[in-house]
Design a binder for this molecule. Structure first.
Ligand code: ADP
Ligand code: MG
Length: 433
């Protein structure tokens, strides 16, 4: 629903208005027709109340939700405990919905992931019965999240009434901290300990978080005792996660730990082929082989390379051939190999656009800063191996969804904006040298 509302505003308002006044608003909850929206300042609240309320109601109606009543709340004033008494409240902030695309049908099985795939599928078919917990680990962009959410989607398909929750370990931490601040730990526990399936993504971010680890330990035990399934992912095996309590590490050994390793060439080609078929892209096998030969570690990058080639073909009005692909992907491999820090990227971008590094990591929402900030996030993703949450952290503690949004934005813009492409290429060249 929120995405539909945002899209409608994005189309109808200027980019500046959208960036500064609309995008910062966040949905908090939807209970009956009462839609709670959190805004950062009074200015935002006034603007939404005066100018956007009726459009919002209309957009919601177009999306199939009629009679929505929006309420605007200033950041920090939301109290889920007093708000949440109506019972069947949907809580946006605590519930990341499963991505429907992440299912077993769209997951290509190959040498590097077949064990993990088999274990995940078995767990989805018989949750709580076989491998509990299931611990999937491996490098960035190898399909951990995809596989994990597939378990959730499959389980819901088999049994729509099962209670499934997907969170990153950071969301778990934030939920827990909020519950303490709001005196609602009871509710938090009720929420987590009555699940049929708990999916916790990127568990390595629980490192150093003593209190949260303790809470997680208790959540884990409660679920495990009741034969409820727990699935975790991480970029490394449990005992290599720094500062992870031994008792958690030993709990994780109760189940099955499986690794995902980088895909071999055939698997990479198969992944590209399935993507191409899904999106109806006209591209020959020789070009797919070429792309698969160029990117040999990260599947997200592999998909990114395909998008780049497509964009390049659109911009140059030339058909997709191996030669065009080689033009489009020039320098891509090299860029990953160089060691660039996020801070160096922030600094270069700031210098280039004549703002400060503090602006880049700050919260100002004026366009002259927002765009360079998004570019810096995009470059951090391109040139380093940092995960989205980690990049977010480097940008003054922003949420990984903010980072993702920034990257999407830039990628989208790059498809049609030659100036931007040129600026980004210049920055890349500078950072690589
Ligand atoms: P991770 O969580 O390990 O960083 P993701 O699950 O986010 O990786 O995967 C990155 C991208 O690659 C996603 O778009 C995902 O759909 C895709 N992907 C990964 N593995 C596969 C696979 N085996 N088949 C198809 N797509 C895949
Ligand atoms: Mg992931």
């Amino acid at each position: 629903l929120w995405e539909a509302i945002q899209n409608s505003f994005r189309q109808r308002k200027s980019q500046v208005t959208f960036e500064t006044l609309i995008a910062p608003a966040k949905p908090i909850s939807l209970s009956h027709n009462n839609l709670q929206i959190e805004v950062p300042t009074k200015v935002h609240r006034d603007y939404w109340e005066k100018n956007l309320s009726s459009e919002l109601i209309q957009a919601a109606e177009d999306a199939g939700f009629s009679g929505i009543e929006p309420h605007f709340i200033l950041e920090g004033e939301f109290d889920p405990y007093t708000q949440g008494q109506s019972g069947d409240q949907t809580n946006f902030e605590m519930d990341t919905p499963l991505n429907p695309h992440y299912n077993f049908n769209t997951f290509v099985v190959g040498e590097g992931n077949k064990m993990a795939h088999a274990a995940a599928f078995a767990v989805a078919e018989s949750p709580g019965q076989l491998y509990n917990p299931l611990f999937i680990y491996g490098g960035v962009g190898l399909g951990k999240t995809h596989l994990m959410e597939s378990i959730g989607n499959h389980m819901l398909e088999l049994n729509p009434s099962s209670k499934v929750k997907y969170v990153t370990s950071e969301e778990f931490t934030n939920d827990f901290i909020h519950s303490i601040q709001n005196n609602s730990t009871e509710k938090f526990r009720e929420e987590y300990r009555t699940l049929d399936l708990l999916l916790i993504d990127d568990i390595q971010f629980l490192a150093n978080k003593e209190g949260t680890q303790m809470e997680f330990f208790n959540t884990f035990n409660a679920l495990h005792d009741n034969k409820k399934q727990i699935v975790m992912t991480s970029d490394r095996i449990p005992n290599e996660i720094p500062e992870l309590q031994d008792r958690l590490v030993s709990r994780f050994r109760w189940g099955l730990t499986v690794e995902i390793t980088p895909p071999d060439l055939e698997t990479r080609i198969a992944i590209l082929r399935s993507k191409v078929e899904e999106d109806h892209i006209n591209i020959g096998n020789d070009t797919l082989n070429y792309i698969a030969g160029q990117i040999d570690t990260n599947i997200r990058e592999l998909e990114g390379a395909l998008t780049k080639v497509q964009a390049y073909s659109n911009l140059s009005h030339e058909p997709i051939t191996p030669h065009l692909a080689s033009q489009a992907l020039k320098g891509l491999q090299r860029s990953k190999k160089t060691v660039v820090t996020v801070s160096a990227i922030q600094k270069s971008v700031a210098d280039y656009y004549d703002i400060t590094q503090a602006d880049i990591v700050g919260k100002k929402r004026v366009k002259q800063i927002v765009v360079p900030r998004q570019i810096a996030m995009y470059l951090s993703r391109e040139l380093t191996d940092y995960s989205l949450p980690k990049i977010g952290k480097e940008f003054g503690g922003k949420d990984h969804t903010t980072v993702l949004h920034a990257i999407d934005k830039i990628e989208e813009e790059m498809k049609s904006n030659n100036d931007l492409n040129e600026q980004i290429n210049t920055l890349k060249a500078k950072l690589r040298s």
